[in-house]
Design a protein around this ligand. Structure first.
Ligand code: ADP
Ligand code: TRP
Length: 329
C-alpha cells in the first residue's frame, strides 16, 4: 500500500497557493489503498518564528484548515511534527552522513536569506529535517508544490547515503508528486503567492474582506473593450488554478478576455467572476471551518490520535536506523 506524506509550515494563515499546490493533492490522495500522513512542520517553523503564542496559534490554525479543506482523520494520520520528537533524532542520524555541499546547493536557504530571514544552522539544515520527516514514516510519495522538488531530491540522496554508509536498507527512496496543473499561483501583486510576500488570498476570509482582496488584485490598464491576455493576468491565472482549465466558467472567462462581448468586459467583471468561483469552490470548506472553530475538542482529538499513530510508525524506523549505526545494544 503506497504511503503518502506531506506537510506545511505553520508560519501564517494558509492561502490559495498552499491549497492549489499542496493541500488539494493531500485531499485527493485520501483514497482506499493509500496510507496518508499529513503533518504540521512546527520544528521547521522554528527556524524563523520567535513568538511562542504565534507558533502555538499557527499550529492549531493549520490543523483546523487541513480539516476544513477536507482531510479526514479517520483516513489520514494528521499530526504535529513536535509531537513526534523521534524526528529530531533521525535528523541527527542523517546529518552525520550529509556532506556540506548538499546543503550549500539548496536553493531554499539562499532564497530565504534573500527574503531577509536571518541565517541560523536550523535554516541551513532545513532539508535534512525535511528528509527525516519523509523517511521516518517510509513515505513512497510526497505531494508538494514545484518549489519543493529539490528537497525531495536531497531526501533521496540522504536515504541512499545512509544505506550505503552503514551497508543497510533502512530507508526507501520517495518520489515527489506535483499537482495536476503544477502551476505556481500568483498573489494579488502578480508575484508568487507566498505568506512571506504579504500578497496572499485567504479563502476563509469573510465575504466582504475576501471580495475587497479580490478587487485589489493588480491588473494592467486595458479598458472594457480591449482584448486582454489571460495568460499574464493574475485574476485569470488564480481563477484557472482554483477551478481548473476545463471548468465552463474558465472557458467563458478566457473567451471574454480575448474577445470582449458587446458592452465590454473589464477587469472588474473578471474579479467578480473570480470572487464567485472562490465562494463556490470553498463553500463546503468555509462551512466546516466555522463548525471547527466552535468545536476545539475535535482538533484536540484529531491531534492526540494522529500523534499516537505517527509515533508508532516513525519510532520503528528510528530504531532500525539506530541499530544500523551501532547506537543500540
Ligand atoms: P509560503 O511560500 O506561503 O510560505 P510554503 O513554503 O509554506 O508557502 O508552502 C507550503 C506548500 O504550498 C508547498 O508544497 C508549496 O510548494 C505550496 N505552495 C506555496 N505557495 C504556492 C503557490 N503560490 N502556488 C502553488 N503552490 C504553492
Ligand atoms: N518545506 C516544506 C514547505 O516549505 C514543508 C515541509 C517540511 C515538508 N517537511 C516536509 C513538505 C516533508 C513535504 C514533506 O512547504
Amino acid at each position: 500500500m503506497p504511503r503518502i506524506l506531506s506537510g506545511v509550515q505553520p508560519t501564517g494563515q494558509l492561502h490559495l497557493g498552499n491549497w492549489a499546490g499542496a493541500i488539494r493533492q493531500f485531499v485527493e490522495l485520501q483514497q482506499p489503498g493509500n496510507e496518508v500522513f499529513v503533518f504540521v512542520a512546527s520544528y521547521h517553523a522554528l527556524t524563523t518564528l520567535r513568538d511562542p503564542a504565534v507558533l502555538r496559534d499557527n499550529c492549531r490554525q493549520v490543523v483546523t484548515d487541513y480539516l476544513a479543506f477536507g482531510l479526514d482523520p479517520a483516513r489520514t494520520t494528521i499530526y504535529l511534527q513536535h509531537d513526534v520528537p523521534e524526528v529530531t533524532e533521525l535528523h541527527w542520524l542523517l546529518s552525520c552522513v550529509c556532506p556540506n555541499h548538499l546543503m550549500d546547493k539548496a536553493v531554499s536557504y539562499k532564497d530565504k536569506l534573500n527574503k531577509g530571514l536571518s541565517a541560523n544552522i536550523g535554516l541551513y539544515c532545513y532539508p535534512i529535517l525535511q528528509a527525516a520527516d519523509i523517511l521516518g514514516p517510509q513515505a513512497d510519495i510526497v505531494p508538494v508544490g514545484r518549489d519543493q522538488v529539490q528537497h525531495i531530491e536531497i531526501t533521496r540522496d540522504l536515504a541512499g547515503m545512509f544505506n550505503h554508509a552503514f551497508s543497510c536498507e533502512v530507508f526507501r527512496q520517495p518520489a515527489y508528486r506535483l499537482s495536476a496543473t503544477a502551476e505556481v499561483l500568483p498573489g494579488v501583486d502578480g508575484e508568487k503567492m507566498s505568506k512571506s510576500y504579504g500578497n496572499t488570498i485567504d479563502p476563509f476570509q469573510d465575504e466582504k474582506a475576501l471580495r475587497k482582496r479580490v478587487m485589489g488584485i493588480k491588473t494592467d490598464s486595458k479598458g472594457m473593450d480591449d482584448a486582454k491576455d489571460p495568460a499574464t493576468c493574475p485574476v485569470f491565472r488564480i481563477a484557472k488554478g482554483v477551478a481548473g482549465a476545463d471548468d465552463p466558467r474558465i472557458i467563458d472567462l478566457e473567451r471574454k478576455y480575448r474577445e470582449p462581448p458587446a458592452g465590454g468586459f473589464g477587469y472588474g467583471h473578471a474579479k467578480q467572476a473570480l470572487f464567485e468561483i472562490l465562494l463556490d469552490v470553498f463553500a463546503e470548506s468555509r462551512r466546516r471551518r466555522a463548525e471547527l472553530m466552535a468545536d476545539p475538542g475535535a482538533v484536540d482529538a484529531c491531534l492526540r490520535d494522529g500523534a499516537q499513530r505517527a509515533r508508532a510508525v516513525i519510532s520503528q524506523t528510528v530504531a532500525a536506523a539506530r541499530a544500523a549505526t551501532g547506537l543500540s545494544a
